[in-house]
Design a protein around this ligand. Structure first.
Ligand code: CUO
Length: 705
């Protein structure tokens, strides 16, 4: 029995099951069948129909988005509907009450299925009493948002022919399904259409909603700055993939009268195959959006002029150094909170200083692009993928739009004083050397792979689709996806502490390409924007010489592979096929306090280039934890803790006092033209050149065959 299964179908069996979670004995709510209930006493017990005595709250607002319609969390009207349901779920006195309400046919079968999943997921994350419950992967709930329509038909044929699961071959997902290689942008579709990357983006927007529901009045700590930083890092990572594939870096999309030449044809449908996502052919130009209220659904109307006006006002604020609130109060855009203030303004969230004046720039950009083909819906067409945070990253225009958004933040950063050598230096700590080594493999534990070389390649993984396919059968349907993977590696950092006491040191590790697609070396001004955060961690460094070792899969940026691809109970370590890449037993805390948000580990490093590989700068900086530390509670079980760099920690402060992206978030002093010069006075920083070598073959399978 699974509330996240076949969400467009009536809930079945009809609710003669009551959910009870007396002691939270398990964090597993996704039971597969009613028989599972009896085997897990205390978890959920069959009881009489909970319809008796269950008050169904008023759902008129929720129902303004009819069933079957695609849902956009960038659309204010859609958000009203979704947040109303989030609040209803959050207001249920207990988790069991909430689940019973969600299972009730007047709710489950009556509200829009996308809103249902959004609201239940958001409520499960936001309710403190539901923290131990876990969501299934979003691509299992809505395979139609990840896999082409053909996959659904194939699955249906398999099910109808009643092929036994044991003999049934998984459906093979072509990693080039959206276009041929004649489309240059398709060279990086393995990034744009990756399951883990798109799941991360959905979770990020789920845990940082645009408006609060219920009692939350303050935004999550540094929410606006995280909006800037997480998306900036997506751009840096995407640019690294582009360079590796011989493509130029993404250009900002800010000439809104110009046609958009990069087309995108998603070939996606919703789960029951009835509704497709619109295609965006090359050459379309943004038009004013004028979608009338349609009976129930709230319309939306704005002009491209509005976007231009809001952009001007925001730039005005950036160059004036302050924003004005509606009541006239001035908020200065200073070093400490300026980025955050701007983030809330630009996105724009409920915490914008003045939403009426500074508008809804970023969200409405998503809306304008997703309706570009039918801006008044006179053709009754659905939106394109840019409208939904689950699918937006598939479209090349996402990156151009976000490059524009990022350019606003960069203009602000350019108004701040560059970091001085003193701000970059930590007295008494010298990083003597840094290198990376591939981990030895289990079949060759003594292997001594070349240093400073990371191997990437493809991995084939099996995913389960039946949960999200609306066929009546419960037969398993599996698909085989091919995605990027890297062999596991470790950092080895030699560090000398010349003070007399043990120091708690923060290590920040970044990676950036050295040269562009034509082999021209980047200036430091360019390279700083391409710096990808790989990890950030704290180590006690004793007086004298120390060797710090850190595994790639412990990264503060990523969630483990199993978290992307499996629920906990089904998790098994991946098995390597090729030398290198030892799947380590993940420490328990890595497995338990994830929240779905987090960059996928299989995309920790960019793909790189075929032999002899692509050169990158690896950068390590030591700073003092005493200075950077943010005091939080001691509860190490807090959600999202393990991928805090891009996701923060739920209900806690961001665990690092420095500006996000430090020390690359600001342009350097004019006199500093190279990275070498930037760090020359700081022995606590070390760089080295590494190569990432891509092998165009399967280097791992999950599970092993
Ligand atoms: Cu994540 Cu535009 O903010 O998609």
């Amino acid at each position: 029995l699974n509330l996240f299964e076949r969400v467009s179908q009536p809930f079945s069996p009809k609710p003669n099951i009551t959910f009870e979670f007396p002691n939270f004995v398990s964090d597993w709510i996704f039971l597969q069948s009613p028989t599972d209930l009896s085997s897990k006493p205390g978890l959920a017990t069959p009881a009489s129909a909970p319809t008796d005595g269950l008050n169904i709250p008023e759902l008129d607002l929720v129902k303004t988005i009819p069933r079957g319609r695609l849902f956009s969390n960038f659309h204010p009207g859609h958000r009203v509907a979704a947040y109303t349901l989030v609040k209803i779920f959050k207001d249920a006195p207990t988790v069991a009450d909430m689940l019973n309400l969600a299972a009730h046919p007047d709710v489950h079968d009556a509200v829009n299925e996308h809103i249902f999943v959004y609201a239940l997921s958001a409520a499960l994350i936001q309710r403190k009493d539901a923290r131990s419950l876990r969501l299934p992967p979003i691509y299992e709930i809505f395979p139609g948002k990840f896999f082409e329509t053909k996959v659904r038909s194939e699955a249906q044929i398999n099910v109808q022919q009643k092929k036994e699961p044991a003999t049934q071959e998984p459906i093979i997902i072509d990693k080039n399904f959206a276009a041929t290689n004649r489309v240059v942008e398709n060279k990086v579709s393995y990034f744009r259409e990756d399951l883990g990357i798109n799941s991360h983006h959905w979770h990020w927007h789920l845990i940082f909603p645009v408006e609060a529901t219920g009692e939350i009045i303050n935004p999550p700590d540094r929410r606006g700055e995280l909006f800037y930083y997480m998306h900036q890092q997506i751009l840096a990572r995407y640019d690294a993939e582009r360079i590796a594939n011989g493509l130029a870096r993404v250009t900002s999309y800010h000439d809104w009268d110009e046609p958009i030449m990069e087309a995108y044809f998603p070939k996606l449908t919703n789960a029951n195959g009835a509704i497709h996502w619109a295609s965006r052919p090359a050459g379309l130009v943004l038009k004013d959006i004028n979608i009338p209220d349609e009976g129930v659904e709230l319309g939306i109307e704005f002009q491209i002029n509005n976007l231009e006006l809001w952009r001007t006002r925001i730039l005005h604020a950036i160059h004036k150094g302050s924003v004005a609130k509606a009541n006239g109060e001035i908020i200065y855009l200073d070093e400490t909170t300026g980025t955050n203030t701007l983030g809330e303004l630009i996105e724009a969230s409920q915490w914008s200083a003045d939403k009426l004046f500074y508008g809804d720039l970023h969200n409405f950009g998503h809306i304008a692009v997703c309706y570009i083909h039918d801006p008044d819906r006179s053709h009754s067409e659905n939106m394109g993928v840019m409208g939904d945070s689950v699918t937006a990253m598939r479209d090349p225009i996402f990156y151009r739009w976000h490059k524009f958004i990022d350019s606003l933040f960069q203009q602000f950063k350019a108004t701040l004083n560059p970091y001085t050598a003193q701000q970059l230096t930590l007295e008494g700590i010298t990083v003597n050397n840094v290198e990376v080594r591939r981990n030895a493999t289990s079949d060759n534990p003594r292997s001594n792979p070349p240093k400073n070389l990371i191997i990437t390649g493809w991995q084939e993984s099996i995913v389960e689709l039946d949960r999200g396919l609306d066929f009546s059968s419960l037969r398993p349907v599996q698909a085989r996806v091919t995605h990027l993977q890297h062999e596991d590696f470790s950092y080895r950092i030699q560090v000398t502490n010349s003070t007399k006491t043990t120091q708690e040191i923060v290590f920040r590790i970044f990676l950036a390409p050295i040269a562009d697609e034509a082999g021209r070396p980047f200036s430091f001004r360019e390279q700083r924007l391409l710096m990808i955060e790989l990890d950030k961690f704290v180590v006690r460094v004793t007086p004298g010489a120390n060797m710090v070792k850190r595994k790639s899969d412990d990264s503060s940026v990523t969630i483990p592979f199993e978290r992307t691809f499996r629920d906990l109970e089904a998790a098994v370590p991946a098995t390597p096929l090729a030398p290198g890449g030892v799947p380590t037993d993940l420490p328990t805390d890595r497995m338990t306090n994830f929240c779905g948000c987090g960059w996928p580990d299989h995309f920790l490093v960019p793909r790189g280039a075929p032999n002899p590989g692509m050169p990158f700068t690896l950068f390590v900086m030591a700073t003092s934890w005493k200075e950077d530390r943010v005091v939080n509670g001691e509860d190490s079980k807090k959600l999202c803790r393990n991928a805090a760099s891009y996701c923060g920690i739920l209900d806690e402060k961001y665990p690092d006092k420095r500006p996000m992206g430090f020390p690359f978030d600001r342009p350097p002093d004019k006199m500093i033209t190279t990275l070498a010069k930037f760090i020359e006075k700081s022995p606590n920083i070390k760089t080295t050149e590494i190569r990432i070598q891509f092998e165009d073959r399967i280097i791992r399978r999950f599970p092993q065959q």
